[in-house]
Structure formats: C-alpha cells, structure tokens
Design a protein around this ligand. Sequence first.
Ligand SMILES: NC(=O)C1=CN([C@@H]2O[C@H](COP(=O)(O)OP(=O)(O)OC[C@H]3O[C@@H](n4cnc5c(N)ncnc54)[C@H](O)[C@@H]3O)[C@@H](O)[C@H]2O)C=CC1
Ligand SMILES: CC(C)CC(=O)C(=O)O
Ligand SMILES: [Mg+2]
Length: 356
Amino acid sequence: MKAKIAVLAGDGVGREVVPEAVKVLKAVAERHGHAFDFVSADVGGQAIDKIGVPLPQETLTLAKQSDAVLLGAVGGPKWEGLDYSLRPERALLGLREALGLYANLRPAKLYMALADASTLKKEVIEGIDILVVRELIGGIYFGKPKGIEKIGGVERGVNTEVYTTDEIKRIAKVAFEAARKRRRKVTSVDKANVLESSELWRRVVTELQKGYPDVELNHMYVDNCAMQLVRNPKQFDVLLCNNMFGDILSDEAAMLTGSIGMLPSASIGAQVGLYEPIHGSAPDIAGKGVANPIATIASAAMLLSYSFQLEKEGAAIETAIVRTLDLGYRTKDIHSAGTRLVGTGEMTDAIIRNLG
Ligand SMILES: NC(=O)C1=CN([C@@H]2O[C@H](COP(=O)(O)OP(=O)(O)OC[C@H]3O[C@@H](n4cnc5c(N)ncnc54)[C@H](O)[C@@H]3O)[C@@H](O)[C@H]2O)C=CC1
Ligand SMILES: CC(C)CC(=O)C(=O)O
Ligand SMILES: [Mg+2]
C-alpha cells in the first residue's frame, strides 16, 4: 500500500525514539512491498523555538492531510515558565482535539522475558494483559472555566471536569467493543462517591452495558483501582477511564510491564489516527542515547494495524520485539543482571534484524 505518515518527533527523547520507529517502519515497508511517505513537521517546544507557537498551522494541516501521525513527546524544563496557552503540552492537546481523537488505547502487556526484571513479584505480574481505554478530548484537561484568576488580591487556579452523556457513551462503546475481542470484562474507573461528573459517568456506562450482555461490567473508585493495579493486576481486562484517571493509571500500569519505555498508544476516533509512546520527553535522559525505543516502535506497530489494517505487518513488529527481548537485549530502564545492555539505536537494530 501507499500511505503518508506525518512524523512529529517533538522534544527530548521524542527526537531520539521517533527516528528509530521510522527506521522500523521503513524496514517493514521494504520487506512487505509498501510505500510509506514520511513527512516531518515541528511540534512542541521545538516548534516554539523555531516558529513561536507549539502547534504551527502547517503541522496541523499536515496531520489532517496524512493517513496517520507518529508522535514522540513534547515539553521540557526549558518551556516550563511559559504561559499555559503557549506551553508545548498545549500542542498535544490541540492536536488530539483538532483530529477528534477521543479514544486513547494503551495496552499494558507483560513480555515474559521481563518478568524477572520487575520490582513486583513474578506471580503477581505474570500474564498481565490490560487495555486502558482513556477518554482523550474531554474532562478536566479541556473543561471550562479554566485559568488562573485574581479576585480581591487572591489568586485562584481553576479547572473544570465536564462530561456529557454523549462523550461518555462514545468512549464506553469503544471499551465494550474492545472487551468483546478480549476477555469480555470492563472495569469502569470513577470517583462517583465524590464527583457528579463521575456519577453521570457510572450511570451512562451502566445503561450502555445493557447492549453488551456478554461483557461483564464492574465499577471501581480510582483510588482503589490504583491500589488494585499493584495488588492484583490480573483481575483487569479493559480499564475504562476518563482523561485524567487514564493518564495516571496508564503510567502506573506501565510499571507492571517493567518500564514506561515499553508502553505504546493509539489515539483514534475520526479519520486520522495518532500513535505515540505513553511517556513524555524524559529530560533526565534526553540526548544520552539510552532511551528505550520499544514504546514508540510498538506504537508504530499499532499504527500499521489500526490505521492501515496491516495486521500481519504490525504483528511482525510485535514478534520482533519479543524475540529481541528473549535474546537478552535491554536498554537501561529494563536492564537486569545477565542481560545485554544496549542503547536506543542498538535496540532498534536488533529489532529490525529480528523482523524475519
Ligand atoms: N505525550 C507527551 O508528550 C508527554 C509529555 N510530557 C512532558 O514531558 C516532560 C517530562 O515529564 P515527566 O513527568 O518527567 O515524564 P516522562 O514520561 O518524560 O519521564 C518519567 C520518567 O520515565 C523515564 N522515561 C520516560 N521515557 C522513557 C524511555 N523511553 N526510556 C527510558 N526511560 C524513560 C524518564 O527518564 C523519567 O525518569 C514534561 O514537560 C511533561 O509535560 C509528559 C508526559 C507525556
Ligand atoms: C500533556 C499530557 C496530557 C500528556 C500526557 O501525560 C499523556 O497524554 O499521557
Ligand atoms: Mg501521561
């Protein structure tokens, strides 16, 4: 197939891991006879430095006119003092909103080769396979009013959690449909004992489940869920979350798999899908060539499966990751005694060699 992929590396380790995932996509294209046209554009802090805004119009236009978007990460200490409306992170929220990407899928699966590397007991994490379905363009990250205001000499920071019935329904539908292809269990996460937005969330999800009698539904408060993820993660199949709870719980779920550098994501909902690792720009390790590229390479695999229906090619990348880990290759974040410590590029090269 022929397709155009927008490549938005962004900031920090985004600039290191995205080129690696592009290398893998090129290797897959060569092996399977596809023609992918990669077009790069500026986003985040790097776009602020170059153009003065985090999400330049030409980047947005490119994303809208592409068949899929591969993104790294945005943000970093350099831009932290900026007004919120100008910060790199706004680019990401703006892009997700403009592309209508209301569903963020974050699979947290344990690669068996990493079971010993985890800080959790092997019997707790063995076999975990969780899909976090996170609402991505609503909730407290977008709700109005928002801002910092001064009333009578006193400053107030304001954010608002808002969800409409339709917004809840469409993300819950994604979770139920996904569960049907998995172990048929949805855990809906909320804080319905305190928040009205969660009360509505719980009511709408409960109602929608009546159309999915083959899928088991349970509700869990987010504080309990955070604890249960560490106590007994195997109880979870699909975790349905609002924007903020999904953001937080997916970072937690990442650690069950060994590292945040392992977790990919697909953001879908309209024509153009966006694929990115769940981690940020990792300023503490950026520029050192040690970042784990697997989350981004696995995001590229999701891109092939979700946006191009190239399931076989996506699976080939997944298998190559498994083989590479089985052979003992490890970046610093997943390194343990007796395994082979490699950098970002060496890990990618090994994955490409294992593409078969
Ligand atoms: N999607 C995005 O673009 C995101 C951007 N951010 C931004 O990134 C910046 C840093 O945020 P943090 O809270 O530090 O989160 P982070 O996810 O960038 O880093 C958290 C920790 O995980 C490690 N880590 C992250 N990716 C890794 C990888 N591929 N391999 C090995 N280790 C990795 C980092 O070294 C750090 O110790 C901030 O400006 C934040 O706003 C944060 C999260 C997501
Ligand atoms: C800008 C943030 C909302 C990004 C983030 O932490 C995420 O999407 O996981
Ligand atoms: Mg996050």
